[in-house]
Design a protein around this ligand. Structure first.
Ligand code: FAD
Length: 487
């Protein structure tokens, strides 16, 4: 087997390394930073607050277990997680509070009690979503959509033809608005568009299957936090002989006669017949393959949203909050118009607060909490971020203080901010977009970059900027597809 190089130790790069090592390749991972994880890194703030920097919501843990099983290990010995119940605390602009229970019947009963929506509307919707997910999952997520064999196969054509009968036509918002008359419930389900950085008013109805992941299959919390996903898989990769070279950014992918031949870094030139880029696909072409023709149409697809995150050490314990908390905006349509059309941050944004110390008490001192406070924002296009950060910080403090009836600002003992510029700088993600290109049109799934190069033999792509898309589960699936293609 050819030696293989992976550019980037993001979650997809790590998972690809595990799979290729198991397939008998000698694997080297080149990472620009001094450690692994990419967006999934962790850090601490003074005073004893630990934070997962990026992802906080974890679904489809079986995709992590699968890697340990492939290696002949019992996942339980390396990576443990619990199923969340409840999943999320919702705070609506009109003062309504709602707990999203994992159990569909209990959740539906809560919706009936708090919103007055018949429980059967919710259970019926979730059941139909589950059926539609089962009918489309293997086609759209588990295979390369860009190999003629897949593209023309009966199941792809069959899945596409079945979309209308599954109720998956129009936009995501249209599907929810036709299923529910209560605008709060529509807003709750529309929010799932943000799970891949999209706009529910533009994204296709197929994205309304995302809630099924959480309410059908479950949302999970890994022991020790999200970072332990990356850490446990790096440990597995190292056991399998994968070499990680940190602080060694790749500067060029070397090619000859339509074939990848190796890599150049500041330290050395290396020979490799197989190269997998886990770096965002846009800078992979622009910076590492400057003399190769780039697939401009693909690279020009609109970006997904980015995020503005305030990491706060809070000197109080809020019993009404859980691990995941959502403080909704009053006008959701205006919020997405601000992000995707006006390229700015809404005056009244929806605020997401993730508190891992609810599950991992060691993440904050006793009686304190570690708040990861996130607002969806556009990707970086040169906006005045310093001004937007000030404006948004004020809006978030006012809103959360008002809803909780407790002035938050005096409780902040430690603070750090991550904005789209910083996300881009730290991970090389184009514009700091969290999930590569957005899914704001019906063809987005087909317009993402394939997991292989059509021009350069031996060049492959994994990670959130390529097929099947961003987010932890899809990144893990990209690794599976790449390993399958190389095999
Ligand atoms: P990345 O994490 O982007 O890592 C790429 C790696 O490549 C980096 O380590 C980078 O340093 C390295 N690199 C880049 N260029 C080079 C080079 N030239 N040479 C060597 N190395 C290089 N997903 C969820 O599932 N749930 C969530 O709740 C969620 N919330 C999120 C919140 C935030 C704030 C962020 C930032 C992301 C969130 N995501 C979430 C998305 C998720 O984090 C990403 O989809 C996923 O982690 C991306 O992994 P990746 O493998 O594509 O690589």
């Amino acid at each position: 087997k050819q030696p293989a190089a992976i550019i980037g130790a993001g979650i997809a790069g790590i998972a690809t390394a595990v799979r290729l090592a198991l397939q008998g390749h000698r694997v080297t991972v080149f990472e620009a930073q001094d450690s692994f994880g990419g967006k999934m890194h962790q850090f601490e703030l003074p005073g004893g607050y630990r934070f997962d920097a990026g992802p906080s919501l974890f679904t489809l843990p079986a995709l992590v277990d699968e890697l340990f099983r492939l290696a002949g290990r019992d996942p339980q010995d390396h990576f443990r997680y619990e199923r969340l119940d409840p999943i999320t605390q919702y705070f609506f602009a009109d003062g309504t509070r709602l707990t999203a229970w994992a159990d569909a019947g209990k959740f539906a009963a809560e919706v009936e009690a708090k919103l007055g929506v018949p429980a059967t509307d919710v259970t019926g919707f979730l059941r139909r979503s589950g059926q539609a997910y089962a009918a489309t999952e293997s086609t759209f997520l588990h295979k390369s959509l860009h190999k003629a064999g897949t593209y023309l196969s009966k199941d792809v054509l069959g899945a596409l033809a079945a979309l209308p009968s599954l109720g998956l036509t129009g936009t995501m918002h249209q599907r929810h608005a036709s299923a529910f008359t209560d605008p709060r419930l529509v807003q709750l389900f529309d929010r799932f568009a943000t799970y891949n950085g999209s706009d529910p008013y533009q994204a296709p109805a197929t994205l309304s299957l995302i809630p099924h992941l959480e309410h059908g299959i479950g949302a999970f919390y890994p022991e020790g936090g999200i970072y332990s996903i990356a850490r446990s898989l790096v440990e597995l990769a190292e056991e399998l002989g994968v070499a990680f070279r940190y602080n060694e950014p790749v500067e060029e992918i070397l090619t000859a006669a339509g074939q990848v031949t190796g890599l150049r870094t500041a330290q050395d030139i290396y020979d490799f017949g197989v190269v997998v880029s886990n770096m965002d696909v846009v800078p992979t072409y622009r910076r590492l393959l400057p003399t190769q023709p780039a697939p401009e149409r693909t690279l020009g697809q609109p970006r997904s949203s980015s995020a503005l995150i305030f990491y706060w050490g809070v000197t109080h314990d809020f019993i009404e909050l859980g691990l995941h908390n959502i403080f909704f905006s009053q006008d959701y349509r205006q919020e997405f118009r601000a992000i995707f059309e006006e390229k700015t941050v809404a005056d009244d944004p929806t605020v997401y607060v993730n508190i891992t110390s609810k599950k991992s008490p060691a993440d904050a001192p006793a009686g304190h909490e570690n708040w990861f406070v996130m607002v969806n924002v556009p990707h970086n296009q040169g906006q005045d971020w310093d001004a937007l950060i000030q404006k948004t910080r004020r809006a978030v403090l006012d809103k959360v203080s008002r809803v909780l009836g407790h002035n938050i600002e005096p409780l902040l003992r430690a603070e750090q901010v991550w904005d789209p510029r910083g996300i881009e700088q730290r991970t090389s993600s184009f514009g700091g977009a969290l999930y590569g290109s957005s899914s704001n049109n019906a063809l987005a799934a087909f317009l993402r970059h394939p997991n292989f190069s059509g021009k350069l033999h031996g060049l492959y792509f994994c990670g959130g900027s390529v097929h099947p898309g961003g987010g932890i589960p899809l990144c893990l699936l990209s690794a599976k597809i790449v390993a399958g293609l190389i095999n």
